[in-house]
Design a binder for this molecule. Structure first.
Ligand SMILES: *Cc1c(COP(=O)(O)O)cnc(C)c1O
Length: 259
């Protein structure tokens, strides 16, 4: 297996529908192989293509290759693309990055899914705006499984109380937990983050409040999604292995990610 997260620059850019079809097929094959290793059904793993930093022309190629949900880390960028591509009526948007409370209004307008819920203030702001819009939103609670102070997400031992407060926000449909693993080339340090999320979910599931779904585990990206699948991921968020290497350093999207 290649060293994790060290493939930047090795992911070829996708510049045609054929390129996207080829990259998507390769990722799906890696998903299937990871599932096979642990006796899982690949149908139980959703591939979320992450289109951040790529321009509208490339997103349209991904759409032509069959992508109907795209993940974006930053809300302004997501909103801009949503507006530009409103002609594609069945294209949905998943916001996967940290959100400031004052941007809840935008997400409530256009997102189908939000994967980085990490505070009650934000839950309240989203719910209020969603009620006004007459919309509902699938959400994942983001958990900090790496213990890095710089990472967003709730501490694992804060999640139980957090979940107990969520039924008050009826426009939020809680689907599960999301995490970013430690940003390391060493699989032996990455895997425990995924294990921690799965074990947390098992513990919480026993007395989750009514209406709070914990079926989903969103974990794994281009460099580590196979490990995440081995540890139970039901959603993998994959950007570079589909779109090609990103020009911007990851620190632009994650505070203090290794550059
Ligand atoms: C960018 C991003 C990903 C995908 O990372 P790749 O290396 O492009 O696969 C996954 N999750 C989040 C939260 C991201 O911001």
């Amino acid at each position: 297996m290649p060293r994790l997260h060290e493939q930047h620059g090795r992911y070829p850019q996708a510049n045609s529908v054929e390129d996207f079809l080829r990259n998507l097929a390769a990722v799906r094959q890696r998903i299937a192989q990871a599932c096979q290793r642990v006796g899982r059904d690949p149908a139980g793993v959703r591939l979320l293509p992450v289109s951040k930093t790529f321009d509208e022309a490339h997103l349209r190629l991904a759409y032509a290759a069959g992508c109907r949900v795209l993940g974006e880390n930053k809300v302004q960028e997501a909103q801009r693309k949503w507006q530009a591509m409103a002609d594609l009526g069945d294209l949905q948007w998943s916001v996967i990055g940290h959100l400031q409370t004052n941007k809840a209004r935008q997400v409530a307008r256009f997102a189908a899914e939000f994967q980085a819920l990490d505070s009650l203030r934000l839950a309240e702001a989203l719910d209020r705006r969603l009620q006004i819009e007459g919309r509902r939103l699938d959400v994942f609670v983001q958990v900090n499984t790496s213990g890095e102070a710089s990472k967003y997400g709730l501490a694992p031992d804060a999640v139980a109380d957090f979940l107990r407060a969520l039924p008050a926000f009826s426009a939020l449909r809680v689907r599960g937990l999301m995490t970013l693993a430690l940003f390391s080339a060493d699989a032996a340090r990455v895997r425990p983050c995924f294990v921690r999320l799965r074990e947390l979910r098992e513990r919480l599931r026993q007395d989750a409040p009514a209406g709070i779904g914990l079926e989903e585990l969103s974990m794994g990206m281009s460099g580590d999604f196979e490990i995440a699948i081995e540890e139970g991921a039901t959603v993998v968020r994959v950007g570079q292995a589909i779109f090609g290497a990103r020009a911007l350093p990851d620190s632009h999207y994650w505070p203090a990610a290794g550059e």
